[in-house]
Design a protein around this ligand. Structure first.
Ligand code: 13P
Ligand code: SF4
Length: 333
């Protein structure tokens, strides 16, 4: 019989303090995972879009920035990264000597796919004055070609700190890029990429839900199109959605981002109601890549120590610099 109290409280050793999992949320699989975690001296990091049962066994649940910050400071020997490939790669770049596991090796991202490193290098060659700002949703090879990395949570701060004499090239999300331009007033050359999930929300569908719930603030991710962002009361990263909804006096919110976010919001604000923003043609507000990870795959990857993230020494070295620059600028007051 496994002693739950002995295996649940690892989160308390990390900066983000979360209580142990409530017993009613534990099942045989999560108990196995918690035992494996102890045996491997592992940390489980989960993105806000992961299915609820993965979020429930994780030591830390957050946005891309929070996850990178946790990866940068963890003392664990094994990192189980419940998110998508570029996020696990970032953890590996920050921890080249540790084992980084991704439960499903095919968990990619449409933004990452939209920006092949060779095409970026071709564009960079056309203007030696480009200063390349890469959204963290890109491959390690693209990071290695970049000057600084941003997430949706710190992009405005980092672009504000970019050298004024350089021409800013922003890759690969044109929606996030155009939102950052609006916020900072800094012109940027935008790569033509998008998130296939966030572009499903339309002005028409959001206007309709606003009509149905006139008192509910609309909270949208900056990967949404401008037509949607302009209807939103708040545009922010997934983690900032949590603090916005906690602080707001409103009791109902319309959420325009991936569906996994609702589990996190409901957990953090149990007395409030969260309405998933409807899309126009389908109800496709789930990221097929994020949903490739399952609790079974989390257990299996820990048992087999596979699939692991491995990168060449040259990419590890080159990609580390822009990530460290991001973490440094992010930590400034
Ligand atoms: P956040 O960093 O805001 O969590 O966004 C990550 C992402 O992939 C959004 O689609
Ligand atoms: Fe990529 Fe979009 Fe999925 Fe986020 S939701 S991981 S940007 S495809």
């Amino acid at each position: 019989m496994i002693d739950i109290t002995e295996i649940t409280p690892r989160g308390r050793g990390e900066s983000w303090v979360r209580p142990g999992i409530p017993p009613e949320r534990l099942n045989a699989l999560s108990i196995e995972i918690l035992a494996l975690k102890k045996k491997l001296n592992a940390i489980i990091l989960a993105h806000n879009y992961q299915v609820g049962e993965i979020q429930d066994v994780a030591d830390f649940v957050g946005d891309s920035l929070g996850l990178a910050q946790q990866a940068a400071k963890t003392q664990a020997e094994v990192i189980v990264f419940c998110g998508v490939h570029f996020m696990a790669e970032t953890a590996k770049i920050l921890n080249p000597n540790k084992v980084v596991l991704l439960p499903d090796k095919d968990a990619g991202c449409s933004l990452e796919e939209s920006c092949p490193a060779a095409k970026l290098a071709e564009l960079q060659a056309t203007n030696p004055n480009f200063w390349t700002i890469a959204y963290i949703n890109c491959s390690a090879d693209v990071k290695a070609l970049s000057d600084v990395i941003v997430t949706s949570g710190n992009a405005v701060k980092i672009v504000n700190a970019a050298p004024v004499e350089r021409n800013l090239l922003f890759v690969p999300d044109e929606n996030l890029g155009s939102w950052v331009m609006e916020q900072t007033g800094r012109p940027m050359h935008l790569w033509r990429g998008d998130c296939y999930v966030h572009v499903e929300w339309t002005h028409k569908a959001i206007s309709k839900i606003r009509h149905e719930y006139p008192d509910a603030p609309i909270v949208a991710h900056p990967e949404c199109t401008k037509a949607v962002r302009m209807l939103a009361d708040e545009v922010c990263s997934t983690e900032k959605m949590v603090s916005y909804c906690q602080r707001s006096p409103a009791m109902q919110f319309v959420i325009a981002t991936e569906a996994g976010m609702l589990h996190r919001l409901q957990k953090e604000c149990p007395t409030k109601t969260f309405i998933p923003a409807p899309t126009e043609n389908c109800r496709c507000n789930e990221c097929r890549f994020m949903k490739m990870n399952t609790l079974e795959k989390v257990r299996d990857c820990m048992e087999r120590l596979s699939p692991q993230i491995n990168l060449s020494p040259i990419i590890l070295e080159k990609a580390r610099l822009p990530i460290m620059r991001m973490l440094e600028i992010s930590s400034r007051a």
